[in-house]
Design a protein around this ligand. Sequence first.
Ligand code: KG4
Ligand code: ZN
Length: 353
Amino acid sequence: MRILGIETSCDETAAAVVEDGHRLLSSVIASSVGLHVAYGGVVPEIAARSHLESILPVIEQALKTAKTDWNDIDVIAVTYGPGLIGSLLIGVMTARTLAIAKQKPLYNINHVRAHPYACFITDTTLPGYQLISNAPALPALVMVVSGNHTLLALLKKHGLYHLLGQTRDDAIGEAFDKVAKMMGLPYPGGPSVSKAAKDGSPDFMRLPSASLPGGYDFSFSGLKTAVLRASQAMAGKDYTLPSTELPALLNAAQKANIAASFQKTAVESLIKPLKRATEEYRPRSIIVAGGVAADNLLRTRLTETFTSLPVFIPDRKLCTDNAAMIAACAYFNQSVNNPADPYKLTVEPNLPF
Ligand code: KG4
Ligand code: ZN
């Protein structure tokens, strides 16, 4: 079975063809990230316009790379939430139109629930992918770490997630993005912070890691503020200094030390609850997915920490937003999801997990 996945929830216009849920035949991503750099974050209107321009060429390219024509596509799967309303609308309206015109079943997919399905892509004919050789065994402990979400859940079986905890304020990717902005490092902040951290000392300063009583909720806003205060002090100023003035007052070595200390604290605040949850829930595997799973330190710490339990982290290209995870999620959830009505499917920008 070949599924065409379509993803447009944020600033990546993506389409992919996945066969039988695990074989990646194509994954095309047109990012409008370059258009947002000047603003230090995604501008929703610019993202939506860019999706509109890219969506059809991206889908055509995905079919072409997969050497697939419409007759070989069995299902269309599309992200319908959560995300930016204008961005989601372009993907959903395109998928609806194609489902009607090409007479294909349409599946609506929750973006956050789909991220972990990047780990079920175990085979490809495409160059440049380092794939996992076998799919994760269930029940799996799942951590989604992205620009908008940070959560821990137990995937008991396909279609049955049990949410254990989530962030009470900022997502971890958002914290990376904001720290990068404070240091004057380019957007998106995750890769910039990771890169700057390589030249810094992770033990340069102690930063607080929120420990919330009971449960598995996360919090990153205190860490972000602590980085701001420490940076203001390092620049010889007090808390009234606007963060926009920090980049000019800090040198490269100071920025590297701040980045490394932040990265270490942020990563450890994920490792600790994950470890505790493996002891409590005894899963058969661990899945860590979402944009921040591309972070070097997080990847290293995960493999170092969990030696007796298999840890699954997608290839970096499948950590950040892509459509392969949407198609794979649709495949494994067919028996629990009913197809959507292509005349009625609407977007849900605030779709809960
Ligand atoms: O999953 P994703 O592409 O989009 C959302 O669903 O939010 O995640 C984007 C987030 C951004 O905050 C970005 O800064 C972060 O992932 N990110 C990284 C890295 N690459 C992307 N964070 C840390 N290290 C990276 N290498
Ligand atoms: Zn995402």
